[in-house]
Design a protein around this ligand. Structure first.
Ligand code: HEC
Length: 140
């Protein structure tokens, strides 16, 4: 894909994200810890402890998974790459209809940042912190 197309995509995604949420400045998340970003972006569906019992969960068509059981369900190993790509969302287009979870890899992008590579690494680092937080809440 040519760079200009990616860039237009970024701007589009950023303006859609801007309309859909009150979080108007995606850069504001850069300074947050994984736990803080989780509280802002994820608890509405996944619940404060990640148990899948957030206030929005009952309104969704699919059940919201309990994020504290990922390691247990994966035979004792935390599935880092699955978690990362699920949160990011850009690399796994839905096979069975639209996904209910927002594609954070697009939502978190600041479309006004012309430094594409810098923006990419900034978003990756927010996502990496979220993955670490999800790993830290695993239960036996
Ligand atoms: C609008 C509700 C909603 C929000 C907000 C949300 N999720 Fe999800 N999440 C879901 C649903 C529903 C699924 C089940 C798969 C699907 O339909 O997309 C899911 C799946 C997941 C999975 C995969 C779990 C598994 O069993 O494989 C992870 C990891 C995850 N979410 C993490 C997060 C993180 C981290 C955030 C915040 C950055 C977040 N989610 C925000 C609804 C949400």
């Amino acid at each position: 894909m040519p760079h200009s197309q990616i860039f237009v995509g970024l701007i589009l995604a950023a303006s859609i994200a801007g309309c859909a949420s009150s979080q108007s400045d995606p850069r504001a998340l850069s300074g947050l810890s994984g736990a803080e970003a989780f509280q802002q972006l994820c608890v509405s569906c996944h619940g404060p402890q990640g148990k899948g019992d957030g206030p929005v969960a009952p309104t969704l068509k699919v059940p919201v998974p309990d994020l504290t059981g990922l390691t247990r369900r994966n035979g004792g190993a935390f599935p880092t790459e699955v978690v990362r790509s699920t949160i990011d969302g850009r690399s796994n287009p839905p096979a069975h209809g639209p996904r209910e979870m927002p594609v954070w890899g697009w939502r978190l992008v600041d479309g006004f940042n012309v430094d594409e590579a810098g923006e990419r690494s900034r978003v990756d680092s927010v996502i990496a912190r979220l993955v670490s937080h999800v790993q830290s809440i695993q239960e036996p």
